[in-house]
Design a protein around this ligand. Structure first.
Ligand SMILES: C[S@@+](CC[C@H](N)C(=O)[O-])C[C@H]1O[C@@H](n2cnc3c(N)ncnc32)[C@H](O)[C@@H]1O
Length: 430
């Protein structure tokens, strides 16, 4: 083994410190002084107190991404921020397992969230991390899995042959989640958006892919489409309504007839339960050509596509394969005259089309006895909060507000310039 590669060091936290962390989860910042006094009285040094309370704070945050598993984890702040949510990591791990990949190298493993899911799915994991403390935490987080080993190394100094040789283990697939930020003392300093500035950069990743090894690479969901290599499948993923990442799948992990896909995980935080996927065998230019012209009208139904479909530029694919049409080429709402059951599209029946005008909208609110109002918008510069207060203000503290109905308005615009119309659609969710 080369001198620049070595097993992850043991964590610096002592057994007493590790045991004390659990006492302060969930962590409450307003009690920090009391906690510190209590720990000092028990004989912990100021440095220990800092370590214990920092971990308690990070673990408390991590409960959101990792559920109960977070109680057994050690995290740096930046390591946690960059880590993959458990529900999403589990889906990636399933993809490796389904492709009959038994062992994976997680190159740039951070605190090991992806590695944990790979190990839980039964894969042997070789995790590699450049930062010593982060690597020690990854090793700690993976301690229940004897087939997972963490090493400290700079992966950019290794090509695939060296990776096989250096770690002395069988490796069938690679996972990379390049750092998109600079980190100092475990905290984020700055972010970068050009894939060549990521660590490792996209050119390094493409060289690895050219060896033919099965590989998944996590990127930020806003990556420009022209930076995505032709030879991979790009899969945008949303979880609980937020687009969280795009994964570039290469070689055996890319599906033969899929170039772009959108995976909508509409699930409980820690388990991928409902999974929806829309995919296209084409690059964007092709499916855009296939999509019809926008309608510049709203029909009986309107649909709000999931962000993953929008980021993946898959609306053209939906338009091609259903009777949905875009209301406007610049606005990501679709419309149809019969209800559509396309997963990833949130549908509404259009009850009334109103102009965006306070007088008309107030009249609609009064007439329908609306006391709870959801306002959605695309393409118009209006604050839903302020409009809600304006429209419901006169209902406050009246008996009606207890017995009233709930309503939904979609504010949008059709057309541009002089022909532009601003519409408020009174809708009911399908
Ligand atoms: C986005 S994080 C990984 C997060 C991880 N997938 C998870 O879910 O916990 C990227 C990690 O790659 C590490 N890294 C960046 N460049 C590296 C290099 N050249 N060699 C090894 N690790 C590197 C960073 O220190 C950082 O911890």
């Amino acid at each position: 083994m080369s001198t620049s590669v070595h097993p992850a060091p043991a964590v610096e936290e002592t057994q007493e410190e590790l045991e004390a962390i659990a006492l302060f989860v969930p962590y409450n910042d307003s009690h920090a002084l009391n906690h510190a006094t209590q720990l000092r009285a028990q004989g912990f040094s100021a440095d220990s107190v800092h370590k214990i309370l920092t971990q308690a704070k990070n673990r408390t945050k991590a409960l959101e991404k990792f559920g109960q598993q977070a109680h057994q984890m050690l995290l740096t702040e930046a390591g946690y921020e960059q880590s993959t949510r458990q529900a999403v990591a589990m889906v990636h791990a399933q993809r490796f397992a389904q492709a009959q990949i038994d062992s994976v190298a997680d190159l740039g493993c951070g605190i090991g969230a992806d590695s944990l899911s790979f190990a839980q799915a039964g894969l042997a994991v070789t995790a590699v991390e450049i930062d010593q403390r982060t690597a020690s935490y990854a090793q700690y987080n993976l301690m229940d899995f004897p087939s997972a080993q963490v090493f400290c190394a700079d992966i950019e100094q290794l090509d695939l042959a060296a990776i096989h040789q250096t770690f002395g283990r069988q490796i069938d697939g690679l996972w990379l989640d390049p750092a998109r930020r600079t980190v100092q003392h475990g905290k984020t300093q700055s972010r970068t958006f050009d894939a060549e500035d990521f660590s490792p950069p996209l050119s390094f990743i493409r060289k690895l892919a050219q060896t033919g090894i099965a590989m998944g690479v996590k990127m930020g969901p806003a990556i420009p489409h022209d930076q995505i290599p032709e030879e991979c499948e790009a899969q945008w993923i949303s979880h609980q309504g937020s687009v969280v990442e795009v994964v570039l799948w290469f070689n055996a992990l890319a599906r033969p007839h899929v170039k772009r896909s959108a995976l909508v995980l509409d699930s409980a935080p820690f388990e991928p339960s409902v999974i929806t996927e829309v995919s296209s065998p084409y690059h964007e230019s092709h499916s855009q050509q296939q999509a019809s012209e926008p309608l510049y009208e709203v029909k009986e139904y309107i649909y709000e596509p999931d962000g993953a479909l929008i980021r993946a530029h898959l609306l053209g694919e939906i338009i091609r394969t259903t009777d949905a049409e875009l209301i406007d080429e610049h606005i990501a709402y679709l419309t149809s005259s019969s209800p559509l059951q396309v997963l990833g599209l949130k549908g509404y029946r259009v009850e009334q089309v109103l102009p965006i005008n306070d007088k008309h909208l107030k009249r609609w609110v009064r007439k329908n006895n609306i006391t709870t109002l959801t306002i959605k918008k695309r393409g118009v510069d209006i604050s839903p909060e302020q409009l809600r207060i304006k429209l419901l203000g006169h209902h406050k503290n009246t008996k009606k507000s207890v017995t009233g109905r709930s309503g939904t308005l979609i504010l949008t615009r059709i057309g541009e310039g002089k022909t532009s119309r601003r519409l408020a659609l009174a809708v009911s969710p399908l």
